[in-house]
Design a protein around this ligand. Structure first.
Ligand code: PRP
Length: 218
């Protein structure tokens, strides 16, 4: 059995055409069913639905052979992992967005940086945020949040946020502006190294088909 871990939403939707190229059709729409294990047209391939941040853990621990997650999730996972526990063969080029610093539109970020002010920064991405500000030589107090980061500057919890930006609509709707572009993000295919070794005959053609489809879409 080959198990692929995906999260609902953009990653699921944008991964479907890639696995279709490998001859895999999922048998159910996760938005309509509450099932967490979804079958496919292939008897030995199934999809498990997990939270985006849990994908690396499922794959690293062997709960799934492969998974798709954002580079953001992968970097944060790696910062906490004790060893290199995932093989990352393919940048899928899907679910593209960027990790940015944003502030209220009336906050003078440039001047705060010039003054060497110690900023309070709310984020889910503490490792990437810490590395970014450390590289800039800025002292920040990080506030770990799990969602709705945009709210923090609005109610005075933080001066800035580090969050993913795609269309920019969420920032605009909350009168926030991007002041730093930290990193471009896209979804990555990750593979459990033991699965790759033990199930090479099954996994390798799958990886090749996905890779070919990604190359063709670029
Ligand atoms: C992400 C991110 C922003 C939003 C940005 O949240 O945290 O809130 O998308 O997208 P936009 O620039 O197109 O408006 P997501 O919806 O993935 O949920 P999350 O808060 O659980 O991360």
């Amino acid at each position: 059995m080959i198990t692929l871990a995906l999260s609902k939403g953009r990653i699921f939707e944008e991964t479907l055409p890639l696995i279709q190229a490998a001859g895999i059709e999922v048998s159910e729409d996760p938005e309509k069913s509450r099932k967490l294990i979804i079958g496919t047209n292939l008897a030995d391939v199934r999809v498990v639905l997990v939270r985006a941040t849990d994908v690396p853990t499922y794959v690293a621990q062997g709960g799934a052979d492969l998974g798709v997650c954002g580079l953001d999730t992968l970097i944060e996972h790696r910062a906490e992992a004790t060893s290199e526990d995932l093989f990352q063969p393919v940048d899928l080029g899907i679910a593209r967005c960027r990790l940015s610093v944003a502030v209220r539109d009336d906050f003078d970020y440039a001047s705060a940086v010039r003054r060497g002010a110690r900023l309070k920064v709310a984020t889910k991405y503490t490792h990437m945020a810490r590395s970014f500000f450390a590289a800039k030589g800025m002292h920040v107090d990080l506030i770990k949040l799990y969602g709705s980061m945009e709210l923090a500057p609005l109610i005075g919890l933080a001066d800035a946020i580090v969050d993913l930006v795609s269309t920019g609509n969420t920032l605009k709707a909350n009168r926030l502006v991007e002041v730093e572009h930290i990193q471009d993000i896209s979804a990555r295919l990750v593979v459990n190294p033991a699965s790759l070794k033990m199930k090479t005959d099954r996994i390798k053609p799958l990886l090749d088909a996905i890779q070919a489809k990604v190359r063709a879409s670029v």
